[in-house]
Design a protein around this ligand. Structure first.
Ligand SMILES: *Cc1c(COP(=O)(O)O)cnc(C)c1O
Length: 390
């Protein structure tokens, strides 16, 4: 018999949709895949070369559990440079992807019955990781009219004696939207007053448009820094999803607990990946700018394409590489939900995307623009045709 804990969760729906689209493609079906959650760019050459060099130099053995010092130092420097945050090595742990960082945090801070406030729509793994650690996800609905930002009074209304943490994600997957500094300040004030941790998932920090600037909630005050676990990684900014590297910065006692947990579960992240990551963080950064320019062109094209479809309304995302249009105007007849719509578009239009239900919002769907402009054009055309036939 499998455990009660394992029965509580489901496989990642975004990975499932991507697998389905890839399977159809493998059978020769010409699917336009808007389901992907990873950059379609290749990892930059200098990073690959650093990995090859590490292999040749025999850097292929166990490393310290929480990461090699040169990588910790590169991460410390990154926080100083990008976020005006000062950390020591004992406040940093490197893990096997930001998803693993988040999991270790949940293991380190959650006790049975603890509550975790999760603004919806949310990234798919937050609720299930909470459940896997015998804690309770408490969802707070956010609204399109507020650019999907958690309103301070809504947060306050969901805090109880059992609340342990709030999970924030800006820029957001799935909405592509970002928090403003005023809202972050209000949230920080509430978190401090109630003594709850903020887990701040900043993995899309570098993917910003329209002159947006990123603020880490940890940088708002010294008190807030002590209450924040900043999660970041290289998967999205350096097109390194397959390498598996992410990191956390936070208070020493929690980082120590996470390191103990990691020492008894996965041990260190791949030594080769760690050396490649030193190069990614310390080497030339122009790759990000190039990728961003391309994403920006696609973003504009996709958003205007979506808004030209009757019954579809899409805010302009300011970060990440997702569009999250409201498609409730299309719900009629057989199509009553985002699941129905996604399935219909996959079968009838050969377009793969993720239903909003996966993110806790059934009025929307998520389209990734980490795919070529030609594919985006083709996909929009197909959706238009399919919708016209409703
Ligand atoms: C992709 C993603 C992650 C996890 O990335 P890793 O590949 O595990 O580093 C974490 N949070 C969000 C919001 C993501 O979209």
């Amino acid at each position: 018999m499998i455990s009660e804990r394992a029965k509580r969760i489901k496989p990642s729906p975004t990975l499932a949709m991507d697998a389905k689209a890839k399977a159809m493609k493998a059978q020769g079906v010409d699917v336009v895949n808007f389901g992907v959650g990873e950059p379609d760019f290749d990892t930059p050459e200098n990073i690959k070369e650093a990995a090859i060099k590490a292999i040749r130099e025999g850097k292929t053995k166990y490393t310290p559990v929480g990461g090699i010092d040169p990588l910790k130092d590169a991460i410390i420097e990154k926080f100083r440079r990008d976020n005006s945050l000062d950390y020591s090595r004992e406040e940093i742990i490197v893990s096997c992807g930001a998803k693993h960082s988040l999991y270790n945090i949940a293991q380190a801070i959650l006790s049975p019955g603890d509550e975790v406030v999760i603004p919806a729509p949310y990234w798919v793994s937050y609720p299930d990781q909470t459940l896997l650690n015998d804690a309770v996800p408490v969802f707070v609905k956010t609204h399109e009219s507020d650019s999907f930002m958690l309103k301070p009074n809504a947060l306050e209304a969901h805090i109880t004696k059992k609340t342990k943490a709030l999970i924030l994600n800006s820029p957001s997957n799935p909405t592509g939207l970002t928090y403003d500094e005023k809202t972050l300040k209000d949230i920080a004030e509430i978190a401090l007053r109630h003594g709850i941790y903020v887990v701040s998932d900043e993995i899309y920090e570098k993917l910003l448009y329209d002159g947006q600037r990123h603020t880490s909630i940890a940088s708002l005050s010294d008190e807030m820094k002590e209450k924040t676990l900043v999660v970041n990684g290289l998967s999205k900014s350096y097109a390194m999803t397959g390498w598996r590297v992410g990191f956390t910065a936070g208070p020493k006692d929690i980082i120590k607990a996470m390191t103990n947990i990691q020492s008894q579960s996965t041990s260190n992240p791949s030594s080769i990946t760690q050396w490649a990551s030193v190069e990614a963080l310390n080497g030339p950064q122009d790759f990000i700018e190039k990728m961003l320019r391309e994403f920006d062109v696609r973003r504009k094209f996709l958003i205007s394409g979506l808004n030209s479809i009757a019954g579809v309304k899409c805010l302009t995302p300011t970060g990440a590489f997702y569009a999250f249009p409201n498609v409730s105007g299309l719900y009629k007849g057989r199509i009553k939900s985002s699941d129905d719509l996604a399935l219909h578009l996959l079968e009838e239009a050969k377009v793969a995307l993720v239903p909003g239900s996966a993110f806790g919002d059934d009025n929307h769907i998520r389209l990734s623009y980490a795919t070529s402009l030609d594919e985006i054009k083709k996909g929009i055309g197909r959706i238009k045709e399919a919708v016209a036939r409703f």
